[in-house]
Design a protein around this ligand. Structure first.
Ligand code: GLN
Length: 279
């Protein structure tokens, strides 16, 4: 038994630079407890930490200090009130992406049994959150990464939600299909962005999108015109400084009601438009 207590261990991790919440989540994980047990930590602050737990915790703190996402260390992440299994085969889902889910749901509110597709689904968070909120929807999800689809299908099974997963690049597996909403959090970081180095643990194929970070969005805007119902919506998440560029791409392609939505930090993070009835 070491002399280190639960509260001292958390304090040491914070002193090394981890935010309190992350230190608590990693400590609970090292003890085999749920991240929801933060009240337990407070009540058991004076408990001694077993050597084995301390070793695991120290190694996880080091991984986090090296910028590995907490979700990869604990193997899970909460998104839109659901728990997802996450690992390095997929992007670590951001809370900001909940903006895209909420906006999609409001666009579909008056459409019974909507047909929806999530392009570049990764771990499946968007598609599965939509299906959970709208059980009457037919939800498709596409990813070019077969490994990501393994994560997404495992999440679907675990959550008991039925989504139609397809392997392929963007619209390739959706030939002849049209949707009430096409939703996507595609790669949108410019290849030269220094920010990419800070994201070294996440799959580059989920992040990098050419010189200006808009290669994938440009392609999807062009192709989406063949896959939308009249009045159907195309909604994107994009980079912090891309709202204007994405609005322009949509308007130039003939989309109407083009508009943007802010993320949790108030940054215009999502942009979309509607495919008109008459073109
Ligand atoms: N939001 C991620 C970031 O940290 C990027 C995700 C993406 O490219 N879709 O920049």
């Amino acid at each position: 038994m070491s002399a280190l207590t639960v509260s001292r261990a958390a304090a040491q991790a914070q002193a090394l630079g981890l935010p309190r919440l992350e230190a608590q989540i990693l400590l609970l994980h090292a003890m085999g407890r749920s991240g929801h047990d933060r009240a337990w930590l407070l009540a058991h602050g004076d408990d001694p930490l077993e050597d084995e737990v301390q070793t695991i915790f120290n190694s996880h703190v080091q991984r986090r200090l090296d910028t590995e996402p907490v979700a990869y260390i604990t193997g899970q992440k909460e998104f839109y009130g659901l728990t997802f299994q996450i690992d390095k085969r997929v992007l670590d889902p951001r809370a900001d992406t909940e903006t895209l889910v909420e906006w999609s749901l409001s666009c579909l509110a008056d459409t019974p049994k909507p047909q929806v597709v999530d392009l570049g689904t990764g771990s499946g968070v968007i598609a599965l959150a939509l299906k959970h909120a709208r059980p009457d929807a037919a939800v498709w999800a596409v990813d070019a990464s077969a490994e990501a689809l393994l994560v997404a299908t495992a999440n679907a099974q675990h959550l008991g939600l039925s989504v139609d997963f397809h392997h392929g690049s963007w619209f390739a597996p959706l030939s002849g299909r049209t949707f009430d909403a096409i939703v996507s959090n595609p790669p949108y970081v410019a290849s030269s962005d220094v920010h990419l180095q800070a994201l070294k643990y996440e799959p580059l194929s989920a992040l990098d999108s050419g010189t200006d970070g808009l290669d994938d969005i440009r392609l999807i805007v062009r192709e989406a015109t063949h896959h939308l119902q009249p009045n159907g919506w195309l909604l994107f998440e994009h980079g912090y400084d891309q709202a204007h560029a994405v609005q322009t791409l949509l308007a130039n392609q003939g989309f109407v009601n083009v508009q943007s939505r802010p993320d949790l930090a108030g940054i215009l993070r999502c942009t979309g438009g509607q495919w008109p009835t008459v073109k």
